[in-house]
Design a protein around this ligand. Structure first.
Ligand code: PGA
Length: 248
């Protein structure tokens, strides 16, 4: 089936209120590419303001597994929805590694997001030593097995394959390696969810920029990109959206 291309910007811990001007420029440019789904995930503090930008689709970068309660400093999925978010990223490697999140935690967060009516981008990806040892596919498929929930609308859950060694480094896997990984992920999803897996989008993330986007997005089973550094300004982000639009 034809899956719409999906380009998502992850601002990480970047952005003050002045950065809403960048989001405004990004969504103004995105309006010219209606065939591509585009979203930005700013820090929680900017969600409400960014959601008010014309044409904006915004998401959170994480959520708690609980819907409310005594969890100082955390944000629940219904709060994201209430602030105007329509999606949430879960299981980013900076959460898995920096905050000790297990596959079980990521699964619970994905379930919390889906229950709150959000769509979910669930991240997986191997560290460098695993890639070098030749077991990257086994590693990522184990993450998929442990962190993807059971019951959900396949249109509402996307996987982002982000090799950890490619994030923020300027290094990218070969297009063949990306296609092999995405094909393996698609196969695992099909094994578990049958034909419904066809509707699930699998994004690539890790040092995507305007120069490499066309090649990466053109690889088999790559349905979009999760973009960090190059998502902060329209000058860097819109060329990636344009590359996705050309591939349709
Ligand atoms: P990067 O980050 O594009 O800066 O490599 C990607 C990500 O962490 O999602």
């Amino acid at each position: 089936m034809a899956r719409r291309k999906y380009v998502v910007g992850n601002w990480k811990m970047n952005g003050l209120s002045a950065s809403i001007a960048d989001a405004r420029a990004i969504f103004a440019g995105v309006a010219g590419h209606p065939a591509v789904d585009v979203a930005l995930c700013p820090p929680f503090t900017l969600l409400g303001a960014m959601a008010a930008v014309p044409g904006a689709v915004v998401g959170g970068q994480d959520c708690h597994r609980a819907a409310l309660g005594a969890f100082t400093g955390s944000i629940a999925a219904p709060m994201l929805a209430d602030a105007g978010a329509s999606l949430v990223i879960v299981g980013h490697s900076e959460r898995r590694e920096g905050f000790g999140e297990s596959d079980g935690d990521v699964r619970a967060k994905a379930e919390a997001g889906l229950t709150a009516g959000l769509s979910v981008i669930l991240c997986v990806g191997e560290p460098r030593d695993v890639r070098e040892s030749g077991s990257a596919i086994d590693y990522v498929l184990a993450q998929i097995a442990g962190s993807v929930p059971d019951n959900f609308d396949p249109q509402r859950l996307a996987i982002a394959y982000e090799p950890i060694w490619a994030i923020g480094t300027g290094l990218v896997p070969t297009v063949d390696d990306v296609a092999a990984m995405h094909g393996a992920i698609r196969g695992a999803l099909a094994g578990r969810f049958g034909a419904a897996a066809d509707a699930m989008r699998i994004l690539y993330g890790g040092s995507v920029n305007g120069d490499n986007a066309a090649e990466l997005l053109g690889a088999a089973d790559v349905d979009g990109a999760l973009v960090g550094g190059a998502s902060l300004t329209s000058a860097k982000f819109l060329p990636i959206v344009e590359a996705a639009a050309v591939l349709g």
